[in-house]
Design a protein around this ligand. Structure first.
Ligand SMILES: C[S@@+](CC[C@H](N)C(=O)[O-])C[C@H]1O[C@@H](n2cnc3c(N)ncnc32)[C@H](O)[C@@H]1O
Length: 258
């Protein structure tokens, strides 16, 4: 029963995430990105994926929690070759004070930045990211929403050897604040309740892009997922869009250029 192992094998798909980051950066800037900071990095699985994608690549992971960083060192960084390990650094710090700059890319994934509840706080975070980027730097975020995002619900998904359970335990429409939990249950019926707990504000896409612009980013665009014509489901291909679909639940990327 290792909650970080379960998390990595149910929530994250770092290969697809890094494909999107690498391809989008190249399309925007006409060159490959080299340096990347993963904010709210948790186990730093994404930063490790970045290191594996290029011999010049460098990465920094930033998280407040020393225990999750240690898990990342023991289980993810330890799988890298020594030369790769020398190109990655994990920092126990608040993302607001992550002193790594002149970066090509900053990432904040799995909605971690939704912990900032007030506009002033969020704009302060976005400004600090902007200051950390070089002139060709790009911030990548993900976002979620849809009419079911405003509901109290529980969803289950079968994974390899266990079930992933997502609970939206409460939602306050006046503040847009929500309490969510991830629970896990093994195929043998052993349950791990509230393995992860998130108290978030559910921000809308126009709020996010407007705050990015207020923080000084020159562009802030939504990349929306296409639809597979056969299944009617998302096709995993995200393109810059100004019109989305009123789905029950959606996940998209937001890309902001310095
Ligand atoms: C939802 S997890 C994200 C894990 C990973 N980035 C991912 O994509 O799945 C959120 C992480 O943010 C960290 N965290 C929360 N507030 C933070 C802050 N102000 N500065 C740095 N890390 C923070 C927590 O310790 C936790 O590991």
């Amino acid at each position: 029963m290792d909650k970080h192992h379960f998390y990595q094998n149910s929530v994250q798909c770092v290969e697809a995430e890094i494909d999107f980051v690498a391809d989008t950066y190249r399309a925007l800037k006409g060159r490959g990105a080299v340096t990347l900071r993963e904010d709210f990095c948790g186990t730093a699985q994404t930063a490790c994926e970045w290191i594996g994608r290029g011999d010049q690549h460098r990465a920094w992971g930033v998280d407040l929690d020393p225990l999750v960083l240690q898990w990342g060192r023991d289980n993810n960084l330890s799988r890298l070759r020594p030369d790769q390990q020398s190109r990655i650094e994990l920092l126990e710090a608040n993302v607001m004070q992550a002193n790594v700059d002149q970066l090509d890319v900053v990432l904040a994934m799995n909605f971690s930045y939704y912990i900032f509840m007030e506009r002033t706080q969020m704009i302060q975070y976005f400004s600090s990211v902007r200051d950390s980027l070089n002139d060709e730097g790009v911030l990548f975020l993900d976002a979620f929403g849809g009419y079911e995002a405003h509901k109290e619900l529980t969803e289950e998904r079968e994974c390899d050897g266990f079930t992933y359970i997502w609970e939206q335990a409460s939602f306050n429409p006046i503040t847009s604040e929500m309490q969510c939990y991830i629970h896990f249950e093994t195929d043998e019926g052993v349950r791990m309740d509230r393995a992860f707990s998130y108290y978030w504000r559910l921000w809308s896409l126009p709020e996010i892009t407007e705050m990015l612009q207020e923080a000084g980013f020159s562009s802030a665009d939504v990349y929306w997922e296409g639809t597979d014509q056969k299944t009617g489901e998302g096709d995993g291909i995200y393109t810059r869009s100004t019109e989305g679909t009123a789905d029950a639940g959606w996940v998209c990327y937001v890309v902001a250029e310095k």
